[in-house]
Design a protein around this ligand. Structure first.
Ligand SMILES: [Zn+2]
Length: 446
């Protein structure tokens, strides 16, 4: 069963006295200083080897003397470090996805060159070495593949390209705001219809009367609103998503005009969709011009509308039934679907496409979203560009011929819709991994 996080809030019942607010703000300012220190020292390219898994940073920060200089309790100090590390990691994830996109879209690179760069970016030690301008030292099981991808490419030139790209996109985070701080359960205690929070003065705790009597055991974020004398406590709460029995797991989908859905396992649903769609499109196309000419007092109008609505109804029934069949067969917990492109491809009949096809595609999507909501199936839209042109096995560009996708780089051959669905799954999982990051850091022990 999929666990999601939801934030719940707690509020102070009576205004916080200015002096107490000042003590809270001082903690927020110190935490900001710790974060900016971590950003400055570990946010750059050279520190990449230190930030995974982060023990080095923690040890070095302990030795830095910053905590003693600020007089900040360790519950705040180490959480601020982990918050900052989380930001740095997201910054790296963002940078990598931008660079990967540039490589994918590069007009003058050969498939071998793209393949080499993708390899380097995937293999952590290799990536670090290239960024540091050193020769990669790889574990035994990677050596052969590395030698293979190096063939036929100018690694020196490509490494330079990669370093330039990373330098261009990597931003060292910095923050000017000090409107709150993170506290672990060690730093607070619920009692007396409120919460006691650790202060900088040793053994002193500040009491805040709360509007509710709920108690939590998680790491919380205290946000400060000094001008209003208010604090808000943010608590991430784990919520088990309720699916009907047996629902779970992740499914990638390719949505099409010919066939409604193809899954990453190659299962197809709505294969007759094109027939319903053509029947409607043909009818509208044949009748519309005549119908428009004499719109006033036209006895055909009624007949036209009736027939059109019959065809629409038949299509809707079919779409609904096929979505149900897909959900009941696949029983997904999460569905990954490509985003709708911003500009629809112009078809044979542009006007018809604009009016009928686009509307229908919107209909399939909105029905899918609605039915997923009813079953608590999460729908995640993924970046759709190039999703059907990219090899779902190795990421290289491939060829589509007769409905079959084939990749010359790794030899994959697969129905093209299925290949797109596997890519949807992969992109979706990568996206979730990135989003999950802030919660992971909480779990890594201090
Ligand atoms: Zn491939």
């Amino acid at each position: 069963m999929e666990t999601i996080f939801k934030t719940v809030y707690q509020y102070n019942k009576v205004p916080i006295p200015a002096a107490d607010m000042e003590r809270l703000q001082e903690i927020a300012r110190d935490c900001r200083e710790v974060r900016n220190y971590v950003y400055g020292r570990y946010g750059g390219i050279r520190s990449l080897p230190k930030i995974y898994p982060g023990y080095t940073v923690q040890n070095e920060m302990t030795k830095s003397g910053l905590r003693e200089r600020l007089g900040l309790p360790s519950v705040y100090f180490y959480l601020a470090i982990f918050d900052a590390l989380g930001d740095i990691k997201s910054q790296w994830a963002r940078t990598k996805s931008l660079v990967e996109k540039n490589i994918r879209d590069h007009p003058n690179m050969t498939p071998e060159e793209k393949h080499y760069l993708r390899f380097v970016m995937k293999q952590g030690q290799c990536f670090e070495a290239v960024l540091a301008g050193e020769k990669p030292v790889l574990p035994e099981n990677w050596k052969e593949r590395y030698t293979a991808v190096c063939e036929k490419v100018d690694t020196h030139r490509l490494n330079q390209y990669l370093r330039r790209q990373v330098r261009r996109h990597l931003r060292v985070p910095h923050t000017d705001v000090a409107d709150g701080f993170t506290v672990s359960p060690k730093g607070y205690r619920y009692a007396d219809h409120g919460i006691y929070i650790s202060m900088k003065e040793s053994r002193k705790r500040l009491f805040i009367l709360l509007t509710d009597n709920n108690r939590y055991t998680r790491q919380v974020y205290v946000s400060l609103h000094p001008e209003k004398g208010k604090v808000t406590i943010h608590i991430p709460v784990e919520v088990k998503q309720k699916h009907p029995a047996g629902y779970g797991g992740e499914v990638g989908l390719a949505l099409g005009l010919r066939c409604m859905f193809v899954t990453d396992h190659g299962n197809a649903y709505g294969e007759n969709y094109i027939e319903y769609q053509s029947a409607l499109t043909d009818y509208v196309r044949k009748r519309l011009p005549r119908h428009r000419k004499n719109r006033k007092n036209n006895p055909g109008t009624k007949k036209y509308s009736a027939q059109k609505s019959r065809l629409e109804k038949a299509m809707h029934t079919y779409v609904n039934a096929e979505i149900n069949r897909m959900l009941e067969t696949e029983k997904p917990g999460v569905l990954y679907i490509p985003k709708l492109p911003a500009t629809p491809k112009a078809g044979v009949n542009k006007r018809m496409n604009a009016t009928v096809s686009m509307w229908q595609r919107g209909f399939v999507r909105s029905r899918l979203t609605q039915k997923c909501r009813e079953r608590s199936v999460e729908v995640v839209e993924v970046f759709g560009k190039g999703i059907s042109a990219e090899c779902s096995c190795c990421g290289a560009g491939g060829r589509k011929d007769g409905g079959i996708f084939s990749c010359e780089t790794c030899g994959l051959r697969m129905p093209e819709r299925q290949n797109a669905a596997v890519n949807a799954l992969k992109r979706g999982q990568a996206l979730r991994e990135e989003k999950r990051e802030p919660f992971n850091k909480e779990k890594s022990s201090l």
